[in-house]
Design a protein around this ligand. Structure first.
Ligand code: DC
Length: 217
């Protein structure tokens, strides 16, 4: 009945790893970035400035969130709409990172995230899962990869964009997520560090599953 926290920077592979580990263990996969992305998306749709803490928090607090699981992975509904597709993409990702800086936005989402992790049997990924959301989780993984490798992966998904631009945007997002005052991206003191620069996804997944089994998962 353990909970597994997976944190790391953008394009480190944590979403893929978390999803596969959850499938192998028969756990639920909870992508907390999807919630920040939903707030970013609704700010954009409503013409709200993502840099305005009070306005962004107002949007976050008024979203009627509902959650479901499809193939074991979280699906987010906002005001009755399945936003799975609308929240993907670079522009919404940047908006998510911008709203995630604001403490009142984070506190609007924290209770929802903790509730989804409370029963265990969950793999939750994000930036502050091991440090803030589930600090008592039995297994914390910090998944990293070099900036060049992450930019290469992201660029492979976005071949029409210039590599240098993709790399610069990734670096800017890392800086924003690591540099904010509240719940910045960092490894928990008791996190296991894994680096996917030179490991395949399968190697990372197998390591995490082995660690989970050792800890009662
Ligand atoms: O994991 P992702 O790329 O979908 O996350 C989008 C943004 O949301 C990320 O740049 C920062 C923010 N985020 C956060 O601050 N805390 C989390 N637990 C998850 C995401």
């Amino acid at each position: 009945m353990i909970a597994i926290a997976v944190d790391g920077p953008a394009s480190s592979g944590k979403g893929t790893v978390a999803r596969r580990v959850a499938q192998l263990l028969g756990y639920q996969y909870v992508d907390t970035g999807a919630m920040y992305r939903t707030v970013g998306l609704l700010c954009q749709r409503q013409g709200v400035d993502v840099r305005d803490p009070a306005a962004a928090a107002e949007v976050a607090r008024h979203i009627d969130f509902a959650f479901a699981f499809r193939d074991g992975a979280l699906v987010v509904y906002a005001d009755g709409e399945d936003v799975s597709f609308a929240i993907r993409g670079e522009v919404v990702g940047a908006a998510a990172s911008a709203v995630a800086v604001h403490p009142p936005v984070r506190s609007a989402l924290l209770g929802l995230q903790r509730a989804l992790g409370a029963a265990g049997r969950v793999v939750m990924d994000g930036r502050d899962i091991g440090t803030v959301v589930l600090p008592r989780s039995q297994l914390k993984v910090y998944l990293d990869a070099s900036l060049d490798e992450r930019a290469r992966r992201r660029h492979a998904e976005l071949p029409d964009r210039a590599y240098a631009d993709v790399r610069a945007e990734l670096a800017a997002r890392d800086a924003q997520d690591m540099g904010r005052a509240t719940a910045p991206l960092r490894a928990a003191d008791d996190a296991i560090h894994l680096d996917s620069t030179r490991l395949t996804i399968d190697e990372v997944v197998n390591s995490v599953v082995r660690l989970a089994r050792e800890r009662g998962g």
